[in-house]
Design a protein around this ligand. Sequence first.
Ligand SMILES: O=C(O)CCC(=O)C(=O)O
Ligand SMILES: [Fe+2]
Length: 430
Amino acid sequence: MEDGAQRLTTNNHNSAGAYQEDDDLWNASVPHEHTSIPQDTSTLAPAQAIKWGHLTPDERARRQIRFDRRMRAASGSIKKVSARRRQDSTPLPTSLVSDELSVAASGWIGTCIPREGEKEFTVDELCGPEYNMKLIDWDGCLSRPILDVEARVVGVLAGRPRGSDWDATVDQATRELAFARESLRPSDKDSDHRRGKFPALVAGISFGGGQTKPANLHSSKVNKSILDGLLHGASKSFSRIAMFASSMLECYAPRVFASYRESLDALLAQDPTLAPNFHKSVFAAATFNLGPSTVTRPHLDRGNLAWGWCSITALGSFDPDFGGHLVLWDLGLVIRFPAGSTILIPSAVVKHSNVKIRGGDVRCSFTQYTSGGLLRWVYNGFCTDKDLLAHAKKEGKEEEVNEKRKADRAKRWAEGLEKFSKVENSKFVY
Ligand SMILES: O=C(O)CCC(=O)C(=O)O
Ligand SMILES: [Fe+2]
């Protein structure tokens, strides 16, 4: 345990009592409420056992579902299994000063940084005298919220669901990525981009440079069929991973989650042609980093929402003690990152990369995120800045609209940071 680390003791709703603490709740094919249905009164909390003792099992089950929903609503709506995970987590304090991170003047996205060279780093180099970083020997299972200097939760080593079938899900996802990699056209196979030298496929809803409105990220015909397999294949591996990551966002950054949820709902209501990747995930878009050596260079994903979190799930078959670690440059951390585990970070503002992997090892990853442009579109009332200002001019309200926009810009980053949760007196506050 690092200096100053403490155990979170959230005030969550254990009184519901009737839940089985069962990570099979993550099993995408089973609606989670049904897994918690008590079959006899002995599994009910005492108060419910007295009140509901006369009911038939079916009636009790229905009441239990309603009761659980109310309990979840009262406690910020997270599932019991997530609340337990949060309660058992040990924070990871750092000296990050979040207010000093760089964001674009608009406050919606991150800033541009120069593209870094091809050098791949080892753990020894990063933790040696030149970079002086700290190795976090994470087991990849237990959740660890990452705290800034003000005990603000700026990200989380989320871990993995405890269900016994998670390894099978991870193996299946890894096989599906290998198949996708093999199926790419040769020209797509050796791509070299800002983040590194490995092919990647993107899917979902985005609004970035050059677009006039939010749109579904599209790909070539070949890649579309590969993506369809990854997103909608019978195994549902990526839908499970996506759902776990989304629920971890809800658990550790409920107010960021709510912003994603609200803006996604607004977008879908306004434009029914937009198609999210997964029903049970609030992230608007996803990237499949196909490897075989997904070792990213130090980079920012600057188009993502500045105060948004991006989920990263490591996949593949590699030695996590040798490489694949997630390096968080602004935090001075090198985090062991085994396949099957998920980490969430504000990737638009925190520079990150991976440690070099061992020759012959295979590393892939799956990320989910929401672009800042999407929230700006919703904030503008579903139009671009340009159209908004043109409209304001026509109405003779240019000055008024400009003043408001200027004021909003100036406070957007600070307001975004306020959406992060805090750990105060060992309690999770949001
Ligand atoms: O694979 C990883 O651990 C990092 C992935 C990443 O940063 C990205 O895809 O932008
Ligand atoms: Fe990234």
